[in-house]
Design a binder for this molecule. Structure first.
Ligand code: UD1
Ligand code: CA
Length: 453
């Protein structure tokens, strides 16, 4: 059984942000969560996260994971960071896996390969990758299979800079680790305690240091916003490919954004520019129109979202549709065959089977019965300046255009509300309610005015 340490104390000054680097969101999750999840996939006996910059916020962000925290109060380098985990690992004989909080593309199978190399007799194994552009990374010095050194960019001569094989920042160590860490010195350009200096210390002890080769993208570390965007692109490409393999149709896939928490069924169609976030679930055969954003929204099989719709915390049943230009807010429930159309906003409202609200309406804190038609421009006035109130509309009712239903109010089954009404009292079942100024026609008045001019 192994223990695992993740180094996540750095500030990440090159991000130019108030947010600690490892908390920058990557597809809806903080950067450091990717390192934590990769580590947990191998079921370590203990997982220590070393925190420093924004420690409290990092701890809060990771509160749902089975991890323990060590604090590094001043950031003196990666070797110094790792040393802070020692008190939490007393009595652990090793092996130890060590990774960085800013390299989110590392795969569990690669970590497993590092551990396997220790079992085959190495004292230390590290992940090496070859990069087209190795700028910024530690360059590895080799003697055949063995690694004999690592040189950081800042300390490298032009010849060493030309080396394209780099240290990806993932390591496995035997039980000599913490003893070796105490021998690391900070005699380098950055005056930092470098973790890769352990290569020389292990070798001086007569131990073998070997490299495991990984995919180039696994080394992608996030030190700048540009690198964050690049990593995001790689993750998105992986996600899209996975869903397309499972039967999702994507039109212009590279324009589609989706988070790992989203679930899609076969024969879902996603048009260009779609954004899917959070716990969004899309059932078989559903279609999401161009430039729509769905967050924590459920589409049951056969529901449809037309273009430019924004939905958060909504639920659409089979045959329901929303858009184009619909706005569904938390608690919007569209039962079977409901249609919510152009510029209609729905919040915390239950629309029963077959309700139609095609144009320019606001339905908030309402329940609308089966088959009711909500005309253009209808508004439920749910807020009196202090509290929210409910509007209850029965089955097969008809609410005329541009009416205001001043809540709390009820409209009975099969009732009719005349266009332009302001309804402040309940409307009984089957009644016609008209609440507006009666029309007067003054014969010839307009003509007379004209002749006077
Ligand atoms: C490090 C490696 C480099 C490797 C690269 C791969 C060192 C000295 N260099 O460089 O060889 O190619 O990663 O991505 O290790 N951290 C702390 N405390 C500190 C310093 C850093 O916790 O005092 C954490 C950071 O939060 C970060 C990780 O360690 O998550 C790596 O630190 P960073 O400064 O980004 O190292 P690199 O320069 O990228
Ligand atoms: Ca880094």
């Amino acid at each position: 059984m192994h223990a695992h340490v993740i180094l996540a104390a750095g500030q990440g000054t090159r991000m130019r942000s108030r947010l600690p680097k490892v908390l920058h969101p990557l597809l809806g999750k903080p950067l450091v969560a990717y390192a934590v999840e990769a580590a947990l996939a191998l079921r370590p006996e203990r997982l220590v996260v070393v925190v420093g910059h924004g420690a409290e916020r990092v701890k809060e962000a990771l509160k749902d994971y089975p991890v323990v925290f060590a604090e590094q109060e001043v950031q003196l380098g990666t070797a110094h960071a790792l040393l802070q985990a020692e008190p939490l690992l007393m009595g652990f004989p090793g092996p130890f896996l060590v990774t960085q909080g800013d390299t989110p593309l590392l795969r569990p199978e690669t970590l497993k390969a590092l551990l396997d190399r220790l079992e085959k007799g190495a004292g230390m194994a590290l992940l090496a990758v070859e990069l087209e552009d190795p700028t910024g990374y530690g360059r590895l010095l080799r003697e055949g299979e063995e690694v004999v050194g690592n040189v950081e960019e800042k300390d490298a001569s032009p010849e060493v800079r030309a080396i394209r094989e780099v240290n990806a920042g993932a390591y496995a160590f035997d039980g000599f680790l913490f003893q070796a860490l105490k021998e690391v010195r900070n005699e380098n350009a950055a005056r930092e305690y470098y973790l890769p200096d352990l290569i020389a210390i292990y070798r001086a002890k007569g131990k073998r240091v070997v490299a495991v080769r990984g995919l180039a993208e696994e080394a992608l570390g996030v030190n700048t916003r540009e690198e964050l965007a690049r990593v995001e692109e790689v993750l998105l490409r992986r996600l899209r490919a996975e869903w397309m393999r499972k039967g999702v149709r994507m039109i212009l896939p590279e324009t589609i954004y989706l988070e790992p928490s989203v679930e899609l069924a076969p024969d879902v169609t996603l048009w260009p520019g779609v954004v899917l976030r959070g716990r969004t679930r899309i059932g078989e055969g559903c279609e999401v129109g161009a430039y729509s954003l769905l967050e924590d929204t459920v589409l049951e099989p056969g529901a449809r979202v037309l273009s430019h719709t924004v939905a958060q915390g909504a639920h659409l049943y089979p045959g329901a549709s929303a858009g184009p230009f619909a706005r569904l807010r938390p608690g919007a429930v569209l039962r079977e065959e409901v249609h919510v159309g152009n510029f209609v906003e729905v919040k915390q409202s239950l629309l029963h089977r077959g309700v139609k609200a095609g144009h320019l309406a606001y339905l908030g804190d309402a329940e609308v019965g089966e088959g009711t038609n909500v005309g253009a421009g209808v508004i439920t006035a749910n807020y009196d300046g202090r509290r929210k109130h409910k509007t209850l509309i029965g089955k097969r009712a008809f609410i005329g255009s541009n009416s205001v239903l001043v809540a709390p109010v009820r409209v009975g089954d099969k009732a009719l509300v005349g266009a332009g009404s302001v309804i402040t009292q309940d409307v009984p079942e089957g009644a016609l309610a008209v609440a507006r100024g009666r029309q007067r026609n003054l014969e010839g008045y307009a003509l007379k005015k004209l002749s006077e001019e």
